[in-house]
Design a protein around this ligand. Structure first.
Ligand code: PEP
Ligand code: MG
Length: 323
């Protein structure tokens, strides 16, 4: 079976009716790029930059970060590389940051909130990412946005970082695109204001499910309640995709849902045309895309969006995948 999957690596990713679909990869470290290429991804949809910062006592310098990002950008050879700014806190703690422990880390000072509270840390990272953008096609992705103020502050700090590079005579891509993660229900529900100021969106279903259902994604005791097919989750995902497309804004899903082949047809039916996932899932998802006929799935998908019962949802999904 693995052999059969390998044979489709080179094939273009299109549905049966000829609609092109982008399959990108999620990575944590530059050495992951080999597996990305082996499985035929056409870009990096999520580079989790925080992994350079974890399990060490010191902070990486601007130069070290720059080299780390540049390696990936150069190896991807002009294909898009979406670098997510630091998503530290909660399940990804810095060992040495001197901040009082939070009673609810997933609801605490994490990701963009932490970066806005530590502007020096953020400035250094933004400079490093911008410098790497000179060597290929970099896109910047902001995690855990909840409010417009956070986005405005972030865009301002990005301008400051650009000006500081210009003052130093260092090159960067002036057309670098800026996107936001939609992974907090508040952002999904107000996404029509975010699309006005962002070049692209990426839906982080791992956190979106956690926050929508109030299920700690790291707590085994409630793992059985963590349900991507909960009607509330599906409505938020579909609403985000629809709103982005209405505005002409590209949108991807980069959470685990994007790498689950049993959900590929459903997401295609929502209008999704860009998926980013762990490289190990790329070929199985591609196979699903290749055998999906979009006009055929529309009816069942719209039924699923109207369903409020989880049981019925599962039955409809089974029908969708048996088409
Ligand atoms: C997500 O939340 O879905 C996501 C892709 O980011 P992470 O898993 O790193 O929080
Ligand atoms: Mg997340």
């Amino acid at each position: 079976d693995r052999q059969k999957l390998k044979r489709i690596v080179q094939a273009q990713t299109r549905t049966l009716d000829g609609t092109p679909v982008e399959l990108h990869a999620n990575i944590e470290l530059p050495q992951d790029v080999a597996q990305v290429k082996e499985n035929g991804a056409t870009g990096i949809g999520l580079f989790r930059s925080e992994f350079l910062f974890m399990n060490r006592r010191d902070l990486p310098s601007e130069d070290e970060q720059f080299e780390f990002y540049r390696r990936v950008v150069e190896e991807m050879d002009g294909a898009p590389v979406t670098i997510r700014t630091l998503d530290l806190g909660a399940d990804k703690q810095l060992t040495h940051m001197e901040r009082p422990a939070s009673a609810n880390p997933a609801l605490g000072l994490r990701a963009i909130r932490l970066c806005l509270a530590e502007p020096h840390l953020f400035h250094t990272q933004l400079r490093a990412i911008l410098r790497a953008s000179h060597y290929g096609r970099v896109q910047i992705l902001i995690p855990m946005l909840a409010t417009m103020q956070e986005l405005d502050q972030t865009l301002h700090l990005l301008e400051v970082a650009k000006h500081s590079l210009e003052a130093d005579g260092l090159p960067y891509d002036k057309g670098v695109k800026v996107g936001g993660m939609i992974e907090i229900p508040a952002a999904a529900l107000t996404v029509q204001v975010f699309v006005k100021k962002l070049d692209f969106l990426s839906i982080g279903t791992n956190d979106l499910i956690q926050y929508t259902l109030a299920i700690d994604r790291t707590d085994d005791a409630v793992a059985h309640l963590y349900d991507p097919l909960h009607p509330a989750v599906l409505q938020l995902v579909a609403h985000t995709i629809r709103t982005a497309h209405r505005n002409g804004t590209p949108v991807a899903v980069c959470g685990e849902m994007a790498g689950d082949p049993s959900l590929t047809r459903l997401l295609l039916g929502f209008g999704l045309r860009e998926f980013s996932m762990h490289p190990a899932h790329l070929l199985a998802v591609k196979q699903q895309v290749l055998k999906t006929n979009l006009p055929e799935v529309a009816n069942l998908v719209s039924k699923m969006l109207k369903t409020e019962h989880p049981e019925k949802m599962r039955a409809l999904l089974a029908r969708l995948n048996n088409l």
